[in-house]
Design a protein around this ligand. Structure first.
Ligand code: GLU
Length: 274
């Protein structure tokens, strides 16, 4: 009986397939700008429903959300995405505030409190900043608060220029040693070539040592307000998987299915245990 209790508490190891997603304890969910801003701002409550359901069954959930710039643009009375960095940063400063307000308003329905965490890739490389960020994240999760992470756009420009937070989400997954990273976007999976092109096939699963030779990537998000494409998602997925985090690339509209282990999206196996 005692042995049984001890073995039940033992770490059952990495999540290695979709079927095992329901036992994930720590999950990072990344959502891109075009999924939650502009005409798609109405997707926030449905995303929050899925996050709250996981949180409610005891999962430690971290949301990495882009969308500060896209959310800020209408408040600056601009017609489209600014091309100069300073105006992008100004839009992010305005939009981040509005974005967090929208998330918190939606989380209120579940009595969940959000914690805003603004980080740079440099913070996660500097040992002291990294350990400060790690300690703060652990405390937030211990307090059952839902951290919402974005790049600190007024001092950093990496994700504005390359990747719409895909890389940041992988670095956060490494920081908190997440079991699972779910990369959500407008596209439902990784395809062998851009999905609108003839002959494109959905890739269901990517084994850890698969270098995806022959896969052709498109460049940018479909709605044109973010900066990530399939290439940055695959690079981020590979980075997280190399540290033992399983990765699921899926559509934002499939978030409920993604978090319950349904056969959606593209699954990246984590690195096998050393
Ligand atoms: N941190 C930026 C944001 O939240 C990245 C996304 C982008 O490039 O639009 O808006």
């Amino acid at each position: 009986m005692l042995n049984q209790a001890i073995s039940d508490q033992r770490d059952p190891g990495p999540i290695t397939s979709r079927e095992e997603v329901p036992r994930a304890r720590r999950v990072v969910v990344k959502v891109g700008s075009s999924s939650i801003s502009g005409a798609n701002a109405g997707q926030i409550p449905r995303l929050v429903d899925a996050l709250a359901a996981a949180h409610g069954r005891g999962v430690e959930v971290i949301l990495v959300s882009s969308g500060a710039i896209a959310t800020g643009i209408p408040y600056l009375k601009l017609d489209g995405r600014p091309t100069d960095l300073a105006t992008q940063q100004a839009a992010a400063a305005v939009g981040q505030n509005v974005l967090i307000y929208r998330y918190q308003e939606s989380l209120d329905r579940f009595d969940i409190v959000a914690g805003q965490v603004l980080l740079t890739a440099g913070d996660l490389q500097n040992p002291q900043h990294r350990s400060n960020a790690q300690r703060a994240m652990e405390r937030l999760l211990g307090l059952r608060i839902l951290p919402i992470v974005n790049e600190n756009d007024t001092v950093a420009t990496h994700e504005i220029r390359f990747g719409d937070n895909d890389r940041l989400a992988a670095l956060v997954s490494q920081l908190v040693q997440a079991d699972l990273l779910v990369l959500l976007s407008d596209v439902d999976a990784l395809y062998t070539r851009p999905p609108h092109e003839p002959g494109a096939h959905r890739i269901d699963r990517v084994p850890f040592d698969d270098d995806l030779a022959g896969v052709e990537y498109g460049d940018v998000g479909a709605a044109g307000v973010g900066t990530g494409g399939a290439g940055t998602k695959v690079a981020a997925a590979k980075l997280a998987a190399s540290s033992g985090t399983a990765v699921l690339l899926a559509s934002t509209t499939d978030v409920v299915e993604a978090l319950s282990g349904a056969p959606v999206g593209t699954w990246f196996d984590p690195a096998p245990l050393a």
